[in-house]
Ligand binder design. Structure first.
Ligand code: FES
Length: 550
């Protein structure tokens, strides 16, 4: 029977305490994924006293939900980057990600991570030849950038493909074992880690920055916010990024598994690789991406993946099912560096599901920037390439208006007796005595009611049937049925709503109508009329894009 957790989740290994009280250090890192833990280790080794805060456990978030591919081949990206932004940007992206592969391998060796890091090719394949021009263009771009690329028709897959683009000498590994080994090394070097410690705010004042949490605070000279999307977002990244969810399964096959790493170039996107811990015939398959908060977040996503695996391989069992989230950026590559409107806060976001190399590269760039050292890629990836404020403002208002309209259209008019008839497993957004409530009926028949108003910027959450969570379509915050935060950028729980006759606790409910005021306040604070929105390197803009899932 399939387990509903990531194939990389582990029950053994070190654990760290939660923060309690006040602490001081040189650099506080918020977020214990691959970006945060790598930066923490590099800074600690360079003589900084570092504290790492993680809302759950180290590497339990998106890092622990990836395919575990370490590659500079990110689908078809280089020709597009060169076309949109020029060869300098494409070269920086190629060099940063190829360099990250070498850094991971080096740290893996140094820390004895037991991450099963294995060299393999990364292959993007075209089934029917309809993308041959794109593959050719990508191949030519890759060669010009010095990447180890070649066109081939021989993939090792158990089905025919018209053509494929192979990057040789890439790698796959166990991302959680790797990050936990880095965390242990970080601690052995004098660093301190606090798990189950969710940061709630990051405040800069003269000469220092303070990170607040529910049960304490850390004061430091600098802060790195590596929380997928920054929890404190003075740079407007939430308006220039788009959250996506993707689904994964781990299978034991009766026949040979994939020997290399693969991804299809056209829909349905399928990403696969060997799964060494699954025995000789283990395989991991990821796909079925959709925007977070989409209505089609259902368990059927895993069903589609498993149907595809059954059609193409002989399957013995499906052992794990999970999903994960990441953000695409408006201009197609990550934002890394000092946060706009900040002196001492540094961010990294928008890895577009390729965060194992992008996140490692980001850790190096952030380390160099904090230490005041040059980094050859810092200017290209600058977090200050914010685009024009007008575009950002329009995006925020459009996103928010969409969500408000959605909930206005769909808030039911159920009366309380009808609410009591909700079926087990059913979730609805209803009006309870004049107030909107997101209500879920659990397996025992008990209703859980929370405000549908996201605590980040006031959009309305939607039910995720696959994960039993309330997901915000605007910027990807996710909440449990009791309202607690599962994914930021929100840092506060959804307010509970009392249903008369239930055991739920009553708290204030924020009216949906207050959304516009919240957004206006954020815009006024972030883009004062006299203040430019941030540097915009030549050839870059904050225009929105809607890159397909990979
Ligand atoms: Fe931004 Fe919900 S995540 S409003």
């Amino acid at each position: 029977m399939s387990q509903r957790r990531s194939v990389w989740s582990i029950d053994d290994g070190p654990a760290w305490p939660a923060l309690s009280g006040s602490e001081r250090c040189d650099v506080v890192v918020v977020g214990g994924g691959i970006t945060g833990i790598t930066a923490a280790l590099l800074l600690q080794r360079r003589g900084r006293a570092v504290i790492l805060l993680e809302a759950r456990e180290v590497a339990a978030g998106t890092t622990g939900g990836t395919t575990g591919k370490l590659t500079s081949q990110h689908g078809l990206i280089y020709h597009d980057l060169a076309e949109r932004h020029g060869w300098e940007v494409a070269q920086a992206y190629a060099d940063a990600n190829q360099g990250a592969l070498r850094i991971v391998e080096s740290l893996d060796n140094e820390t004895g991570a037991a991450s099963e890091l294995t060299r393999a090719s990364a292959i993007v394949y075209d089934i029917d030849g309809s993308n041959s021009d794109r593959l050719q263009a990508e191949y030519e771009a890759a060669i010009r950038l010095g990447l180890p690329a070649r066109l081939t028709g021989d993939t090792g897959l158990p089905f025919e493909v018209a053509q494929a683009l192979e990057f040789t000498d890439q790698a796959h590994f166990h991302p959680v074992r790797y990050c936990r080994a880095l965390a242990t090394e970080f601690q052995n070097s004098g660093g301190r880690i606090f798990e189950n410690t969710r940061a709630t705010d990051v405040e800069e004042s003269t000469g220092q920055v303070q990170v607040g949490t529910e049960h304490g605070s850390v004061t430091a000279q600098d802060a790195i916010v590596a929380t997928l999307l920054p929890i404190v977002d003075r740079g407007g990244f939430f308006a220039k990024t788009k959250p996506w969810r993707a689904y994964g399964v781990a299978a034991r096959l009766t026949g040979p598994p994939p020997t290399e790493m693969y991804i299809s170039v056209s829909q349905p996107i399928r990403s696969l690789r060997p799964w060494p811990a699954g025995g000789r015939n283990g395989a991991i398959i990821v796909g079925e991406s959709h925007p977070t908060g989409d209505d089609s977040a259902t368990p059927g996503r895993w069903g589609e993946l498993e149907r595809w695996v059954n059609e193409n391989f002989e399957v013995d069992s499906f052992d794990y099912r999970w999903s994960a989230q990441d953000y695409d950026t408006a201009d197609g590559f990550p934002y890394i560096g000092r946060s706009p409107f900040s002196e001492r806060t540094f961010v990294a976001t928008g890895f577009a599901k390729w965060g194992l190399t992008n996140g490692t590269a980001a850790a190096v760039m952030l380390t160099d920037e904090i230490l005041g050292e040059d980094n050859p890629h810092a200017e290209v990836f600058s977090a200050g390439r914010i685009g024009d404020a007008k575009t950002v403002t329009e995006l925020i208002k459009t996103n928010t208006a969409t969500a408000v309209e959605w909930v206005r259209d769909r808030v039911g008019r159920l009366s309380l007796p009808e609410l009591a008839d909700l079926e087990r497993g059913q979730a609805v957004i209803v009006s309870v005595e004049g107030q909107a409530a997101a209500v879920y009926c659990d397996a025992s028949g008990r209703c859980h009611a929370v405000s549908p108003t996201c605590t980040h910027l006031g959009c309305s959450v939607r039910w995720n049937d696959a994960e039993n969570s309330w997901d915000c379509p605007c910027h990807g915050s996710r909440f449990g049925i009791d309202g607690r935060v599962l994914n930021g950028p929100a840092t506060a729980a959804l307010a509970r709503v009392e249903i008369p006759g239930s055991a739920s606790r009553e708290e204030s409910l924020e009216p949906v109508e207050e959304t516009d005021a919240l957004v206006d306040e954020w815009i006024d604070n972030s883009f004062p009329a006299s203040d430019p929105p941030g540097e915009v390197p030549p050839g870059m803009s904050g225009d929105s894009s809607d890159r397909p899932p990979r």
